[in-house]
Design a protein around this ligand. Structure first.
Ligand code: NAD
Length: 229
């Protein structure tokens, strides 16, 4: 049986990584368009690099919480694929093996000349002057606002195979990720876990769990194991 999970910033909130929506349009005090858009990058590379360096530094010491761990433990009973909008690596740190990063990864950089050249970042710092093997500046391996989402096709394929679909910690306003729910068949159980439930059109087999990720995922996980194994 296959469980597909769509996770967002909310699942990492209890690990001390602030969400975007809960901070009034500013992300850690920054105007998001200044630091997470191609225009922002063209305007001020060092501001963008610094912003992600700070996020990377915080992500290095962040630890997965009970929500990430509950999802990793579900692998003992089900085939689990996690589609995350998060750029942190907390799903992997918790032990999840099949994680699709829709919006990129904070611990990777890529060439501004050839997007297929992707590198691991050791430590937390990416600087102006750090170059790819073809001599071009490296940028964070992040999907910025206004950019294509290359992993979307893979995410849709996974979603279409789901026997159970779980959404956790996302305000469901950033597309195309938010549209994944529309690919899930009416007959499939769908759970949405969020302490401030996002507005979603009513549909069949939809279960709304108005809880934090830790509590909600532990609860749903127990229910799924009892019901389907
Ligand atoms: P979002 O900030 O728009 O929404 C967060 C959602 O999480 C809200 O619905 C909120 O009610 C909910 N939430 C808050 N605390 C929660 C908790 N303890 N448990 C469960 N849910 C909780 O986030 P988004 O929908 O992921 O979209 C914003 C974009 O910002 C994404 O593209 C993402 O890449 C980026 N982002 C990533 C991180 C990260 O990597 N951890 C952090 C901030 C923003």
């Amino acid at each position: 049986m296959k469980i597909v999970v769509l996770s967002g910033a909310g699942i990492s909130a209890e690990s001390g990584i602030p969400t975007f929506r809960d901070s009034n349009g500013l992300w850690e005090g920054y105007d998001v368009m200044e630091v997470a858009s191609p225009e922002g990058w063209r305007k001020d590379k060092s501001l963008v690099l610094d912003f992600y360096n700070q996020r990377r530094k915080a992500a290095l010491s962040a630890q997965p919480n009970a929500g990430h761990i509950a999802l990793a433990e579900l692998q003992e009973h089900f085939d689990v694929a996690i589609i995350t909008q998060n750029i942190d690596n907390l799903h992997e740190k918790a032990g999840s093996r099949h994680v699709i990063h829709l919006h990129g990864e904070i611990f990777k950089s890529r060439s501004t000349l050839d997007p297929s050249l992707v590198y691991d970042i050791d430590g937390w710092e990416l600087s102006e002057g750090d170059k790819c093997e073809k001599g071009s500046q490296l940028r964070p391996h992040i999907v910025w606002f206004g950019e294509m989402v290359p992993m979307m096709e893979v995410a849709v394929e996974e979603t279409l195979q789901a026997d159970i679909f779980i959404v956790v910690g996302t305000s469901l306003v950033v597309y195309p990720a938010a549209g994944l729910l529309d690919y899930v068949d009416a007959s499939i159980p769908k759970y949405i876990i969020d302490p401030n439930m996002p507005g979603v059109a009513s549909r069949e087999n939809l279960f709304l769990v108005e809880e934090k990720g830790s509590v909600g995922l532990e609860k749903v996980s127990k229910e799924l194991i009892a019901k389907y194994t």
